[in-house]
Ligand binder design. Structure first.
Ligand SMILES: *[C@@H]1O[C@H](CO)[C@@H](O)[C@H](O)[C@H]1NC(C)=O
Ligand SMILES: *[C@@H]1O[C@H](CO)[C@@H](O)[C@H](O)[C@H]1NC(C)=O
Ligand SMILES: *[C@@H]1O[C@H](CO)[C@@H](O)[C@H](O)[C@H]1NC(C)=O
Ligand SMILES: *[C@@H]1O[C@H](CO)[C@@H](O)[C@H](O)[C@H]1NC(C)=O
Ligand SMILES: *[C@@H]1O[C@H](CO)[C@@H](O)[C@H](O)[C@H]1NC(C)=O
Ligand SMILES: *[C@@H]1O[C@H](CO)[C@@H](O)[C@H](O)[C@H]1NC(C)=O
Ligand SMILES: [Cu+2]
Length: 396
């Protein structure tokens, strides 16, 4: 009796794991296709090149060099493994960052984490958010290719696909083809959803170390900065070497409520967010105002993975899902921009500090984006088009 019950349980859990079906993202995929057509037209008739040139930005992208970024779940198994292998290669290479400046930086991967921590207060909730992260993920993609022999491009995580069942999804199912698994169960309290603090994230089935998937056993090296997950403490000093496991508590509740494709479609077509880049980027990054809570898709991605470092805005790139998540952040910006490629290319809104604290001047497209040891500083205006400046990529 006992035996047959456990056999049954195994069968049921095997069935449950293999029963994952992605939810439809046809709404936002259609918007992406429409944007691609508009972008192609603006390239073909020379109008985008002219608009970029008027701001002193060259357009050197040629069709034969065009990189195509694809949705992670559409990659073949060997392509997924090649991507993961390159990420792990960066984790195994020595850091460039000086160990005096950042004692916790042990790997090339950590160089990226250190840069993000260092600038967190001037690259989120402000004018450079979208362009800074576009340059950041592009630089990471370039490092994978130039330093680790990767021949593909950065994949992205279209949140809607895993909105019904994130834990068994190709991003998090804990197989070697995923970008992680859930953490082992560890008791914990709800986490406050930042920045509004209105919505508590109920504890899920994880909370402890991630012991499955290709990054099992990988240590986060640089000390936590502002952890929101219960039981994780900030480092004794910033940038300290405080190695610890990566933890997840993937939230099915958040995925169900805030990641469905209708949220992406709303962001990209509701007239409220079509008025200008300010309204668009605010909806993407907030979790509500003083009275009403929600999860913008940017906050959703980080906080639905939760744990450490995804629950720590500063250290979030220390979780490899960061790159796929920000791939899709960049993609939704790209879709939004290319709904009107000329008018929307150079739009910028917001100041130079997180939620304008302390108060600062408005950001401009002439502001420099500095990625520390990872890449040369380049002005924002060179990051406004995926086929302008040094960029040459599209999303499919
Ligand atoms: C942390 O440092 C160790 C070497 O001390 C390295 O093996 C590991 O990959 C680093 N972690 C990351 C995320 O780069
Ligand atoms: C942090 O930024 C400051 C100011 O730009 C820079 O001097 C310092 O080298 C940076 N530190 C790291 C770890 O990148
Ligand atoms: C959860 O919160 C309660 C009440 O504040 C506290 O007593 C308990 O230690 C917390 N549990 C964890 C795992 O942090
Ligand atoms: C902070 O320093 C204390 C004393 O050196 C040490 O016991 C503790 O483990 C450190 N904290 C972390 C998170 O490493
Ligand atoms: C908060 O957001 C809701 C929904 O968007 C809106 O109706 C309300 O007016 C906002 N309240 C404040 C104080 O901004
Ligand atoms: C900064 O931008 C805001 C919103 O677009 C605008 O109202 C304000 O006048 C700008 N401030 C300056 C000094 O240009
Ligand atoms: Cu960030």
């Amino acid at each position: 009796m006992y035996l047959s019950l456990s056999v049954l349980l195994v069968l049921v859990s095997t069935y449950a794991a293999s029963a994952y079906t992605p939810a439809s993202t046809s709404g936002s995929d259609l918007l992406a296709a429409q944007s691609l057509i508009k972008l192609s037209a603006a390239v073909a008739d020379g109008s985008l090149k002219k608009a970029l040139a008027a701001q002193g930005v060259p357009q050197t992208c040629k069709i034969e060099n065009l990189a195509i970024r694809r949705e992670y779940s559409t990659l073949a198994d060997d392509e997924k493994l090649a991507y993961t292998k390159a990420v792990k290669c960066l984790m195994a290479k020595p850091a460039i960052t000086s160990s005096t400046l950042v004692p916790g930086a042990k790997s090339r991967y950590d160089d990226f984490v250190a840069t993000h921590i260092n600038q967190t207060l001037t690259i989120h909730g402000c004018g450079s958010f979208l362009s800074w992260h576009r340059y950041f993920i592009h630089t990471f993609e370039t490092a994978l290719r130039d330093e680790c022999g990767y021949t593909g491009y950065l994949p992205y995580w279209n949140w809607g696909k895993s909105s019904l069942d994130p834990i068994n999804s190709p991003y998090f199912d804990g197989s070697q083809y995923a970008q992680g698994g859930n953490g082992v169960y560890e008791e914990h309290n709800c986490s406050i959803g930042l920045p509004s603090g209105l919505l508590c994230i109920e504890p899920g089935q994880g909370g402890g170390c991630v012991e499955t998937g290709p990054y099992a056993g990988v240590m986060a090296n640089i000390s936590a900065t502002q952890p929101s997950f219960t039981g994780v403490s900030p480092g004794n000093t910033s940038f300290a070497y405080e190695p610890r496991c990566i933890r997840h508590d993937i939230s099915v509740e958040l995925a169900n409520k805030w990641a469905g494709d209708s949220h992406s479609v709303d962001l990209l077509s509701n007239p409220l967010y079509q008025t200008g880049i300010g309204a668009f980027q605010d909806r993407l990054q907030y979790t509500g105002n003083d009275t009403v809570g929600w999860y913008g898709l940017h906050q959703y991605g980080h906080f639905s993975v939760n744990g450490d470092p995804s629950g720590d805005v500063y250290n979030s790139p220390n979780d490899p899902i960061f790159w796929l998540h920000h791939g899709n952040i960049d993609r939704v910006w790209w879709i939004w921009q290319n709904q009107n490629p000329i008018d929307r290319a150079f739009q910028i809104a917001g100041t130079r500090t997180l939620f304008n604290m302390p108060p600062s001047d408005n950001a401009t497209v002439e502001d420099m984006i500095d990625l520390g040891v990872n890449a040369p500083a380049v002005p924002i205006k060179n990051h406004v088009s995926s086929v302008g400046g040094d960029y040459c990529y599209i999303y499919v």
